[in-house]
Design a protein around this ligand. Structure first.
Ligand SMILES: Cc1ncc(COP(=O)(O)O)c(C=O)c1O
Length: 407
């Protein structure tokens, strides 16, 4: 695996040394949440032990320090995905809240009766349900881009969905259920040619590849900290300043205002207009440390190592008779969804757990994908840069054990 020193990297993650029922943990549930390196844990401890106070309005040392570190974290996120101005990065509680912010802030203001919103079959529920709520409220319509048997979007069909009523596109950069990497740059260019803004759900992309929002030219980009070696309860929404400025606030409260009287409230400038109340200060600073950590390894090196893992895992799982891989797109991130003939995915997950192998089983909050493949659920192994070929071997051995138990 080239010069990528996975053992040195693993030493940064205390949790990876755990044994589960006496077996070494093979943590292959990274698409749900990834683990935290010591550097991020220590950054949280340093913040709590030497820097914590509420931000923005304080004149004392700790408040000024916490405010500086929080703003600095925003600038780290700005550089991480190549955002032009730091005010275009809004801290949210995660991807789900970021998408809901766009639905309320943009959708409720600019999408009306008879308008159309384009989504894809590959969306996570968090990029479906908010838009359905909006469609129901406004009398708008959802149009859905279909996929082929490999789990790839049918781009010709996407382009055919556009008409004069199309007002918005929401698309996931990487499918959490299948791993498909979507051609979002091409899709954004097509939407823009029709004057339509695009939100990209980057929850499964930002942790695994170099994301450049300036190059993509997306209007909104969302991801979660906890899938990116950071804390839970934090994520970001990138939005183009010109759009954010025209949007209405999502939540009302402290910090998002310039002045309040009972007659009239004026809203603060971006990003503060969208950060009502005390934000998760520690989590934001922790996320800043997480992107520092990932950037030091290099997102290209991370993507290359994960592709090695995916290719090896795909080849090994394909050698096991009676196992079907769902999602065979030409371009994939390190997600391996599979079913084992005659065994319910829940049983697969339970037995793999007895071997120390952590995978996720279920519909992965992507029921339309399950419906497309006519399965109720799959088992999903999802890799991170700290996983090893030996852990893939443990997965494959575990699948063979499952088959023996159910033979
Ligand atoms: C593609 C995708 N979008 C959105 C989400 C929701 O992320 P969160 O629960 O962190 O808000 C997930 C989480 O699994 C995801 O995989």
């Amino acid at each position: 695996m080239g010069s990528f020193d996975v053992e040195r990297i693993r030493a940064d993650f205390p949790i990876l040394a755990l044994k589960i029922g006496g077996k070494p943990l093979a943590y292959l549930d990274n698409a749900a949440s990834s683990q935290m390196p010591q550097a991020v844990i220590e950054r949280l401890v340093r913040y709590q032990t030497t820097q914590h106070a509420n931000i923005n309005r304080g004149v004392h040392y700790l408040s000024e320090t916490a405010t500086f570190e929080y703003d600095e974290a925003r600038r780290k996120l700005q550089r991480f995905i190549n955002v032009r101005e730091d005010r275009e990065v809004i801290f949210t509680s995660g991807t789900t809240e970021a998408i809901n912010l766009v639905m309320h802030g943009y959708g409720r203001k600019f999408i009306g009766a008879g308008d159309e919103i384009i989504l894809t079959t590959l969306e996570h529920h968090s990029n479906i349900v908010p838009w359905q709520m909006l469609a129901e409220e406004k009398g708008a319509k959802i149009r859905v881009v279909p996929i082929n048997d490999a789990g790839e979007l049918l781009i010709g069909e996407y382009e055919k969905l556009f008409n004069e009523r199309t007002k918005f596109v929401g698309v996931t950069h990487v499918s959490n259920a299948l791993g498909t990497i979507n051609p979002v740059k091409q899709m954004i260019a097509f939407a823009h040619a029709h004057g339509v803004p695009v939100l990209v759900d980057g929850a499964q992309a930002a942790p695994h590849m170099k994301v450049d929002v300036a190059d993509l030219d997306c209007d909104f980009y969302a991801f979660s900290g906890h899938k990116l070696c950071g804390p839970t309860g934090i994520g970001i929404l990138y939005g183009k300043a010109a759009l954010l400025e025209r949007m209405q606030p999502f939540k009302g409260g402290g910090d998002m205002i310039l002045s309040v009287t009972f007659e009239k409230t004026t809203y603060n400038t971006i990003p503060h207009k969208f950060e009502a109340g005390t934000p998760p200060i520690a989590a934001a600073i922790g996320l800043g440390a997480a992107v520092d950590y990932l950037s030091a390894i290099g997102m290209e090196a991370i993507a290359a190592h994960e592709l090695d893992l995916l290719n090896y895992a795909t080849a090994e799982v394909n050698r096991v008779p009676g196992v079907r891989i769902l999602g065979t797109a030409g371009k994939k991130a390190a997600v391996l969804s599979f079913t084992v003939d005659g065994v319910h995915p829940h049983d697969v997950g339970t037995l793999l757990n007895q071997e120390g192998v952590a995978v996720r089983t279920g519909h992965h909050c992507a029921q339309p994908v399950m419906q497309r493949f006519r399965v109720p659920a799959t088992s999903r192994a999802s890799f991170a840069f700290y996983n090893t070929l030996a852990e893939v071997d443990a997965l494959v051995a575990g699948i063979r054990t499952v088959q023996k138990v159910f033979a």
